[in-house]
Design a protein around this ligand. Structure first.
Ligand code: PMP
Length: 403
């Protein structure tokens, strides 16, 4: 993998901030976009734009073809059985809200239970809490050890007669932990319970195959895998999606409407009310093609090398505390240095041109588990280099000496 050549595909990486070369290490929040993704958005607005699905005219048909071929690209990327199983949404958060709302309405009653993990992102906690407030369901939480690994024995003990669904992230956006979701799904299925995988942080970094995992539902955002913002995916097994009620009402999700009775469209359109972001879905497909062109295994190997190197270098810094030391970990490192506030460290690194994230990373229960308010987080993507890690380490050292 020629990283220097890859970097040329991402125009933003050659810019400077405060007169310093940009070192972009906030990829878990969002990734930068290759030129071909940006161009695809502009090109479609320039030469194809028309609303999809409802038009007899040429442009509408061309836009529809692009949109539906993007669905096929996503299907192949996650190895779904059918495009009926690929629902376009605005992103991970909307996908989870959709699922919680539809699944909760149809399959959960007061006293029923959902199992989450202690390291979940707020997007996989708050929708369940809203459901709990509406319907009186209960939330059970899988604990973890100090390294940031979920305790599978405790997980098994959480199942009861009332467990209706499990919803867990594949990779932690804070600790980098890669959770053994395949094994966890198997355990859930032994209890007759479906499983939702939050793949927001796994899909850009590893092969995600919904059939191999046997996931019932899986969600991700396009913007974290080099695609545009505002588009994401809910994958669901067809037999589940068929049984779920629609989420929002409006255009495209109907078959026939009268004031007496409305019938709903087939999958996947039943869950896609209103004009979809058909320009965004084209951009997402281009991003997935781009990843395929490089190869997800090559990307994973490069990021693994970077992460191993970064962990080694960061540990050379005195008073360094790293949160998350799971045996199986991804390209995210959260840390604190001495008693320097994470916000101060992040702000001073920014002045050196280094973009990292600070704060609770939308995982406040996880912060409570560690008894901290927040961390600094560096997260890597396919275009990052060892040199950038050296710049980060030198920057942290400089800030540390200032304090
Ligand atoms: N889940 C995880 C694990 C995430 O890292 C994120 C984004 N930080 C989300 C959900 C929410 O994604 P989005 O904001 O794109 O909906």
């Amino acid at each position: 993998m020629d990283v220097q050549k890859i970097r040329e595909d991402f125009p933003i990486l050659s810019r400077t901030v405060y007169g310093k070369p940009l070192v972009y290490l906030d990829n878990a929040a969002t990734t930068q976009k290759p030129r071909l993704v940006i161009d695809s958005l502009v090109d479609e607005y320039y030469s194809v734009n028309a609303n999809v699905h409802r038009g007899v005219h040429y442009l509408s048909q061309q836009a529809t073809e692009l949109h539906e071929s993007s669905r096929e690209t996503v299907r192949q990327f996650i190895n779904a059985h059918s495009t009926n199983e690929v629902i376009f949404t605005r992103g991970t958060t909307e996908s989870i809200n959709l699922l919680v709302s539809s699944f909760g309405d149809e399959f959960m009653q007061e006293g029923d239970e959902v199992i989450l993990s202690v390291m979940e992102h707020h997007s996989n906690i708050v929708p369940w809490q809203l459901l709990a407030a509406r319907k009186g369901i209960a939330i059970k939480v899988i604990p973890m050890n100090d390294k940031g690994e979920l305790l599978l024995d405790e997980y098994e003990k959480l199942f009861s007669e009332r467990t209706k669904i499990v919803s867990v992230m594949q990779v932690s956006n804070v600790l980098g932990t890669v959770n053994p979701v395949k094994e966890m799904i198997k355990i859930a299925h032994e209890h007759g319970v479906p499983f939702l995988v939050d793949a927001a942080q796994s899909i850009p970094h590893m092969k995600v195959d919904v059939q191999e995992l046997d996931a019932d539902f899986l969600v991700f955002s396009g913007h974290k895998i080099y695609g545009p913002t505002g588009v994401g995916v809910l994958y669901g097994k067809e037999e589940w999606l068929d049984r779920l009620p629609p989420y929002q009402g409006g255009g495209e999700m109907i078959q026939h409407v009268s004031f007496e009775k409305t019938t709903f469209n087939e999958l996947p359109f039943k869950f896609e009310a209103g004009t979809p972001d058909y320009i965004g879905t084209t951009g997402l497909a281009k991003a997935l093609d781009y990843v395929n062109g490089i190869g997800i295994e090559q990307i994973a190997a490069h990021e693994h090398e970077l992460t191993t190197y970064a962990l080694k270098r960061l540990k050379e810094i005195p008073d360094m505390r790293i949160f998350g030391e799971a045996a199986d970990r991804g390209a995210v490192i959260s840390f604190l240095v001495g008693d320097i506030h994470h916000f101060d460290l992040g702000t001073l690194l920014d002045r050196l041109g280094i973009a990292v994230r600070t704060g609770h990373h939308c995982a406040q229960p996880l912060m409570q588990r560690f008894g901290i308010e927040g961390t600094v987080r560096a997260s890597f993507a396919l275009y990052n280099t060892k040199n950038e890690i050296d710049v980060l380490v030198a920057g942290i050292d400089r800030v540390r000496r200032m304090f």
